[in-house]
Ligand binder design. Structure first.
Ligand code: A5P
Length: 227
């Protein structure tokens, strides 16, 4: 997705935020535009919001922009959460977490009354798992055993790496990437239940029934989809 499309989607989502709301701040190259726009609206319109960050990266950006933050455990609900995604299916079920922040992202999305996903057309798929691997957060202790079990459920699995070393999440865990392409995930709910019940798995990047809207940016503008 071009940076311009990401900016347009992020800006449109941030413009949906109302004064006084608690806002879930997503993670990634699209969500950062939404956070930037919120910071701008605070300055130019005097908008007042409280953010709940889904990663250390988003937290840093929010602090730089002067967006007040709360921890997910300090709020009862989140009025609106805004985040990117790696895949979006026609029912607005998602794969998220290729940036490694899926655990916190899922907590924030689950607490949100409105969960707005910001993507470009290339992230729209007929079936989940056809374009992106499925990221899964696994405990470090015994991670090889977890991957061995996950291998039984997909075509291939690998540990996410960064600079030749295992990628470590903000929670101190590892990320396994499960491949399902080209056929994709036959039954995402069933798969989610199976993966979650695997020893060592902490959370999956399947976000099912959580997104309420998607803002899909394309060359001719922004298309809004509702669940
Ligand atoms: C972060 O862990 C992810 O869930 C991102 O939201 C997702 O990977 C989309 O990121 P981009 O907006 O950078 O494509």
């Amino acid at each position: 997705m071009s940076d311009d499309l990401k900016r347009k989607a992020g800006t449109a989502a941030a413009d949906m935020v109302k004064d006084g709301q608690v806002v879930g701040l997503g993670t990634g190259s699209t969500a950062r535009w939404a956070i930037a726009r919120l910071g701008e609206r605070m300055k130019t319109e005097g908008l007042s919001v409280t953010g709940v960050a889904t990663s250390a990266m988003s937290e840093r950006q929010a602090v730089e922009l002067g967006i007040p933050l709360k921890d997910a455990s300090e709020v009862e609900i989140i009025d609106i959460a805004i985040d990117g995604a790696d895949e979006v299916d026609p029912s607005l079920n998602l794969i998220k977490g290729m940036g490694g922040a899926l655990y916190r992202e899922k907590v924030v999305a689950s607490l949100a009354v409105e969960f707005v996903v910001i993507v470009d057309e290339s992230k729209m798929v007929k079936k989940l798992g056809t374009r992106s691997p499925l990221p899964v957060e696994v405990a470090r202790f015994g991670w090889k055993y977890a991957l061995h079990q996950l291998r039984e459920l997909c075509r291939a699995v690998k540990l996410k790496e960064e600079g030749g070393k295992p990628f470590v999440t903000d929670n101190g865990n590892f990320i396994a990437e499960m491949m399902f392409a080209p056929e994709g995930i036959r039954d995402p709910r069933e798969m989610d239940a199976e993966v979650v019940s695997t020893v060592g798995v902490l959370e999956t990047g399947l976000f099912l029934g959580l997104a309420t809207r998607a803002l899909v940016a394309g060359p001719s503008g922004i298309r809004e989809l509702r669940r």
